[in-house]
Design a protein. Structure first.
Length: 613
């Protein structure tokens, strides 16, 4: 969702903000804006030009106030109010002396706005955000400082926010606050920063801090003061930057786009996620898991919660946990779990899966689980993320920064991490003996080279993409462990090509959706080595005129089965196959999207790290 950055004490404040916005652009790109303290007043520029907003903003930065050392910036993913310049942040108060950027949703904005208008405030946007700057304006009129003003302004606000404000009347401070939406502060030598994401601040400072829920941070040149919303001083939570996350890791490194780069980083992501997991006692050890073995032994059910591609990784885990650890496993869409009345208790292990560790739906589902007394574990790619801090245990995917909105390397790393969790559960519960655990772990260790081999066949995928050019309707079919792969293939295609693509369990096709199959429809079928029944389902689609593409392991006889074949290296244990079979589907989505001229890294209407419900 939206990206925010604030800086104070830096002679190149605007440059820092622009560079930060470039690094945060993946969080939303409907519009972008910046405000700087310019002597006794504010200088503000905003731009709304879809995926080019940050470029346009930078291009429009004329007559830059040279002496400015304090400013805030924002890149927006629109929720309330269209992606227009008027709705772009920063928003200013009636005097034009105060500017504010916000990520999240103010749920009671409508009830707050009426009385503010009655008291004479003039609104310039349709956003939920603008009420905040007018509320703050009223509090500051009472003569309090910026931090106290923000604390008071937020008292009657419902919803999720990270918010950063600056005032031309108090030029050497930026003040920020957070509830449920990520926010970090950093302190350098005579400088201070806040941002939604550490990527915006890498290389700028040496000390980083997580601002927690309902905390307010006042950042000055080289200083940071954190209080609760009630004004109590608190010690800020220090965060350690993952050594794999440097500025270079977040660059395209010669690739055309981040998505190709990240697709090609998959062997490394899988290998790194497996590093150091085999202990000296010839057993699996997950250092960061933190949940004691006896608690895991007591578990009688697992619930996996996640969204999107992470949810699909969770679906793969269901097969592994049930098969290896013999634990009943449910996989839940995070936004659904929270608003049911789920049966969770101390013996239910709730596993969140999240690349960002910040997705609000998943965060709230985990919080619900903790309230129910269930032990929680998060599979996260971000070491300092909110979920990683709040959950009882963590399992890190070590994929490095994923910038492209469509998840690829994190998805495969999540599957591998969840396989590790399933094996640890099996080991501790005694449902698998040491030799069986070691054999599966060896199977996992072979995956990086198999993924590499699958990537080496990209040209075959391009040829199929060329043959499919013009098709607009896709079904992705799979059975058993191939089903989540089919769902993931369909999601990738939808996201970046904007083509209609439905993932379906192959056996269900005949119960309804087969009515949609006709010449021109493409059926992409993941041929799981165990599933002979798939062949009948493919034949049923073929008989109705569909163009069929089959994903099949080397050696699998597919004579007469399909119009096109995408071969993948064979994986000995089918339960580990999704990490390999998903690769041609990622490549296919990529090739089709590029043929359509789409921006694969920044698909329309989407954003990475979804911090609204
Ligand atoms: C799809 C994609 C999204 C995310 C989802 C969850 O390519 O990236 O569906 O998987 O928004 O995000 P995280 O994993 O950060 O919780």
């Amino acid at each position: 969702m939206c990206g925010i950055i604030g800086v104070t004490g830096d002679g190149n404040a605007l440059g820092v903000i622009f560079e930060g916005l470039r690094r945060l652009e993946y969080r939303g790109y409907d519009s972008a804006g910046v405000a700087l303290v310019d002597g006794a007043s504010l200088w503000r520029r905003r731009a709304a030009d879809g995926t080019h907003s940050v470029d346009d903003l930078i291009g429009s930065a004329d007559e830059v106030p040279e002496a400015s050392r304090t400013g805030i910036g924002h890149t927006r993913w629109a929720t309330h109010g269209g992606p227009t310049t008027e709705n772009a942040h920063p928003h200013v108060d009636c005097s034009g002396q105060l500017a504010l950027v916000h990520n999240g949703i103010i749920e009671n904005h409508a009830e707050l706005r009426g009385p503010l208008e009655e008291r004479g405030h003039v609104f310039a946007s349709q956003t939920d955000t603008e009420v905040l700057v007018h509320l703050l304006e009223e509090e500051l009129a009472g003569g309090v400082g910026l931090a106290e003003g923000l604390r008071r302004a937020l008292a009657g606000v419902r919803g999720a926010f990270s918010v950063v404000v600056l005032s031309a009347d108090q030029p050497d401070v930026i003040v920020a606050a957070r509830r449920s939406v990520p926010l970090l502060a950093a302190v350098g030598d005579g400088t201070g920063f806040v941002a939604s994401d550490i990527s915006a601040l890498l290389g700028r400072a040496d000390r980083f801090f997580a601002i927690e829920d309902d905390q307010v941070a006042a950042v000055g040149p080289g200083t940071l003061e954190v209080t609760t919303l009630a004004g109590e001083p608190v010690e800020p939570t220090s965060v350690v930057v993952d050594p794999g996350w440097d500025v270079e890791a977040a660059q395209k490194a010669g690739y055309d786009d981040f998505m190709t780069k990240e697709i090609h980083e998959q062997p490394r992501a899988v290998a790194d996620t497996l590093l150091d997991r085999w202990g000296p006692g010839k057993d699996l050890v997950i250092d960061e898991l933190r949940v004691p073995p006896e608690d895991l032994r007591a578990v009688d059910k697992v619930v996996v919660v996640a969204c999107g591609s992470s949810y699909h990784a969770g679906m793969v885990a269901k097969y592994a946990i049930e098969r290896w650890a013999r634990l009943p496993t449910e996989v839940e869409i995070a936004s659904e779990l929270r608003y049911r009345d789920p049966v969770l208790h101390e013996r239910t292990l709730v596993v969140g899966v999240s690349q960002s560790g910040e997705t609000l739906d998943t965060l709230e589902a985990l919080r619900e689980a903790r309230r129910s007394g269930a032990p929680t574990v998060i599979v996260s790619n971000v070491v300092h993320a909110t979920m990683a801090r709040e959950a009882d245990g963590v399992l890190y995917t070590r994929a490095g920064p994923e910038v492209s909105v469509a998840s690829t390397k994190c998805h495969v790393a999540q599957i591998v991490a969840l396989d590790l969790l399933a094996l640890v559960l099996a080991q501790w519960r005694g449902t698998m003996g040491p030799a069986a655990v070691a054999a599966e772990f060896d199977g996992l260790r072979r995956l990086p080279s198999l993924v590499d081999e699958a990537l080496g066949r990209a040209k075959d995928v391009d040829a199929v993409a060329e043959a499919l050019a013009g098709a607009r309707d896709y079904f992705f079919l799979g059975r058993n462990i191939g089903y989540p792969v089919a769902l993931e293939g369909a999601l990738k295609l939808k996201e970046i090509s904007y083509l209609r693509a439905e993932g379906y369990p192959a056996g269900e096709l005949k119960h309804g959706p087969l009515a949609l199959v006709e010449p021109g429809v493409v059926v992409v079928a993941v041929l799981d080595p165990l599933q002979d029944k798939m062949r009948s389902n493919i034949a049923e689609a073929s008989a109705r005129g569909a163009t069929v593409v089959v994903v099949a392991a080397d050696g699998e006889d597919v004579t007469g089965l399909s119009d096109h074949v995408l071969r993948v290296p064979r994986v000995d244990d089918p339960i580990l196959a999704p990490v390999v079979t998903v690769v041609p589907l990622q490549l296919l989505a990529y090739a089709l999207a590029r043929r359509l001229g789409n921006d694969v890294d920044r698909p329309r209407n989407l954003a990475k790290t979804v911090t609204v419900e």
